[in-house]
Design a protein around this ligand. Structure first.
Ligand code: 3HC
Ligand code: NAI
Length: 700
């Protein structure tokens, strides 16, 4: 037997156990072991039924993603499944943890399935830019109908065992002792002479879709907006449609073809990169798992503005009591009213019960008394973005907070070390940079100051996990990872419009590339005044010999702060969020260009894309070389989760690697010649390009 799969007899039931930690992925040894286990059960006259079960914390969580792209090692999963389904003795899948992807496909080849109540089943391949490639798209519709199968396969979201039972995926939800429950279930099958249920031979559940072939078009239309730019969701629909229109064997062939198309696409490479990048980001070489972390039982947030309220919601959502401290009753009332309104909106949409809302609101306490933070294990400051104000707050926190509490700042650009210098405990100070809206956006950038303690990092990362954020660790510099890269990106967007593009052209190019929105629509949403205030703070230090676009400042001088004032880079009809081109803005741009001596010209979409993207990448290369980001994939995670970069392109650094750094460097060098100093190629970009390498090859 393969080392990864064991076979044991329990009475007349052969128990085949997969032992491939951590998630029992279907590596070659597991596939081989399953075939051997089955053969033993089939050959042994003392065995009348078999159970397939996962050892450790889960059933099989899918194909081994690390094998993708490598030469396939036999046996392939199809032949394993074929052997399971054609077994002359009943085979029962026993599910705990997660049966995902190829793992669920194994279950679907079994004749019956049982699960513990906490078990989950799903086909998440779409999230990796793929589709279930081992019969999942053909068997699941035959088991639960095409419409329910479409929902599961196209969303990729798992369902829990009780729901899986309702759907018909699971035959029985058993008690905590899964093995005993599954063996008893198998014995009962034998005793009652139940038939070998082969899903591949079933047909009745497909009838509804056969009578309603428009179902697929309707489904496609329904996901068009959300799945914009993605290939896999649409291929999933095609595959399920094949289950309805073709015999099983033909459908399998079609599924395989579609799977290979997805696998060959750059999209799956980007999405698989994103999967691993997100996990890699949590690995900090000098803060290994097991680093002592403080248990967070109570939290406090200073400031109940745009960010403070959202941050407080994160705590309440995770069941952590949180005190919100404000300067004035009016600001506090306003802030808490926004929180309440947000929750009420979720209740209205049916995504939160009133009781849960009340519970969460009950965990948030507003006060004007700073002394109330005394009990907090972490305090997150979210006051105005001004160093003097931050220092004042931190000096006060230092006096009040209990020993060992984490003192965090939500600053988006300021120097964490300077903030920490206002305290007597810089080791407790860290940046926790949330993204707006803080209760929605998944990214949390943790900013490590020069003296931030490992325990402070471990506590903050554990908190991040608890509140469901994806986190990256950034070094301390102006703008950290995300906003530091954003600055040259926005600079180029503005230069492009001065040179002859329009905001709508730039936004369309970036949107069509796959970003959630273009740079101008994004600024209108976030508020132009935020950047304006930061620019004003830095005006004195600005080099006068470098080109500077005044358009953004002029808009702000006219009170055009974006959506919140009804106009910014665009104008907005009352009550509408749709950006409309504004001739006044065009005139302002033309005037600024004239003033700057810029002759306006036709700017191609290709130039727009390259100047915006390579501005990100060139700065990203500096960030990487300086060690502000530990690895290029951390920069990708930052952009995927904080800035709406298209996941199917893997992130800016991965995308640059895909294009090839030689090409990227060539473009950057050409921009440098045309536009001067701001485009100085990052030394790392130049070096890697000349060595024929990618950012992925860089390690320190
Ligand atoms: N293959 C290889 N490695 C995997 C893996 C897989 N399918 N799933 C998880 N891992 C690795 C992770 O990279 C991580 O490695 P690390 O410790 O070195 O960073 C480790 O297993 C633990 O994973 P998580 O940190 O994610 O652990 P969690 O307990 O938080 O989550 C999980 C477990 C829900 C199983 C989650 O890992 C997950 O969603 N995995 C992917 C599942 C998936 O997409 N399956 C479909 C694969 S494609 C397929 O099956 C094709 C088929 O149709 C032919
Ligand atoms: P905001 O202006 O909406 O809210 C700040 C709040 O802090 C106000 O309600 C104010 O009354 C309160 N406040 C000021 N001084 C205080 C003090 N000494 N004690 C208690 N309360 C005080 O500002 P916003 O947008 O929430 O920003 C807060 C911080 O978050 C800033 O550092 C900002 O850079 C950062 N940030 C902002 C993002 C955004 O998109 N708005 C995104 C990420 C970070």
């Amino acid at each position: 037997m393969s080392e990864l799969v064991s076979f044991e007899k329990q009475g007349s039931v052969g128990v085949i156990t997969v032992n491939n930690p951590p998630v029992n992925a279907l590596a070659q040894g597991v596939r081989q072991g399953l075939i051997e286990g089955l053969a033993r059960g089939i050959d042994d006259p003392g065995v009348s039924a078999m159970v397939i079960i996962g050892g450790g914390r889960t059933f099989i969580a899918g194909a081994d993603i690390r094998e993708f792209g490598k030469p396939p090692q036999p046996p392939d999963l199809h032949s394993v499944l074929e052997k399971i389904e054609s077994s002359p003795k009943p085979v029962v899948a026993a599910i705990h943890g997660t049966a995902l992807g190829g793992g669920l496909e194994v279950c679907l080849a079994c004749h019956y399935r049982v699960a513990v109540a906490a078990g989950q089943v799903g086909l998440p391949e779409v999230k990796l830019g793929l589709l279930p490639g081992a019969g999942g798209t053909q068997r699941l519709p035959r088991l639960i109908g095409a419409e329910a199968a479409l929902k599961m396969i196209v969303s990729g979201d798992p369902v829990r065992a009780p729901r899986a039972k309702e759907l018909g995926i699971v035959d029985e939800v058993v008690g905590e002792d899964l093995r005993a429950g599954a063996v008893a279930f198998a014995e009962k099958l034998v005793a009652e002479k139940k038939p070998l249920r082969k899903i591949s031979a079933a047909d009745d559940k497909l009838q509804a879709a056969r009578q309603n072939p428009a179902l697929f078009e309707t489904f496609k239309k329904g996901i068009e907006r959300e799945a914009r730019g993605y290939l896999a969701p649409f291929k999933c629909i095609e595959a399920v449609q094949a289950a309805v229109t073709l015999p099983f064997a033909e459908g399998l062939k079609r599924e395989r073809q579609l799977f290979q198309e997805c696998m060959a696409s750059p999209q799956s490479k980007g999405q698989i990169h994103a999967f691993f990048a997100e996990r890699e980001a949590t690995k900090i070489p000098d803060v290994p798992p097991g680093t002592p972390a403080r248990k967070i039982e109570r939290a406090a947030v200073i400031g109940a503005g745009t960010m403070g309220g959202g941050i407080a919601m994160n705590f309440a959502n995770a069941g952590i009591p949180v005190t919100v401290v404000e300067m004035s009753q009016e600001a506090l009332d306003r802030g808490l009213a926004v929180v309440k309104k947000n929750y009420a909106g979720t209740v209205e949409k049916g995504r939160l019960s009133q009781a849960d809302m009340d519970k969460r609101m009950g965990l948030i306490t507003g006060t004007l008394d700073r002394g109330a933070i005394r009990e907090a294990d972490i305090v997150i400051e979210a006051v105005f973005e001004e160093m003097a104000v931050k220092k004042d707050v931190f000096a006060a926190l230092d006096k009040i907070a209990k020993p060992g509490a984490v003192l965090a700042s939500n600053t988006s650009t300021l120097d964490i070390d300077q903030i920490a210098s206002a305290t007597s405990r810089p080791e407790a100070v860290i940046g926790t940079h949330f993204f707006s809206p803080a209760n929605v956006m998944r990214l949390l950038e943790l900013v490590r100051g020069a003296r931030t303690a490992k325990e402070t990092i471990a506590t903050s990362s554990e908190l991040s996990r608890r509140i469901g954020k994806v986190w990256v660790l950034a070094g301390n510099c102006d703008g950290f990872i995300g906003n530091r890269m954003l600055a040259p990106y926005l600079r180029e967007a503005e230069f492009l419009v001065e040179e002859g593009a329009t905001p709508q052209q730039v936004d369309k190019v970036i949107y069509d590339f796959g970003f959630a929105m273009g740079p101008f629509a994004m600024q209108d949403l976030a508020g132009l005044d935020v950047g304006w205030r930061i620019r004003k703070g830095k005006a004195a230090a600005r080099r006068k010999d470098l080109r500077y676009s005044h358009v953004g400042d002029r808009l702000c001088e006219q009170g055009r702060f974006g959506q919140k004032t009804g106009s910014g880079w665009y104008r907005y009809e009352p009550g509408s969020r749709t950006p409309r081109p504004d001739p006044e803005v065009e005139a302002l741009i033309a005037a600024a260009a004239k003033e700057g001596g810029i002759t306006r010209r036709q700017v191609s979409d290709e130039e727009v894309l390259k100047r915006c993207l390579w501005a990100l990448v060139n700065e990203g290369a500096r960030i990487l070389e300086e060690g502000i980001a530990l690895r290029s994939s951390d920069i990708d995670v930052t952009y995927l989760y904080g800035y709406g970069f298209p996941r199917y392109r893997g992130g800016p650094m991965f995308y640059a690697d895909q294009v090839g750094l030689k090409q990227v460097y060539g473009d950057v060098a050409a921009f440098h010649t045309q536009h001067g100093e701001p485009w100085t190629p990052a030394p790392l970009l130049e070096r890697l390009a000349k060595e024929g390498k990618g950012f992925r090859d860089f390690s320190r």
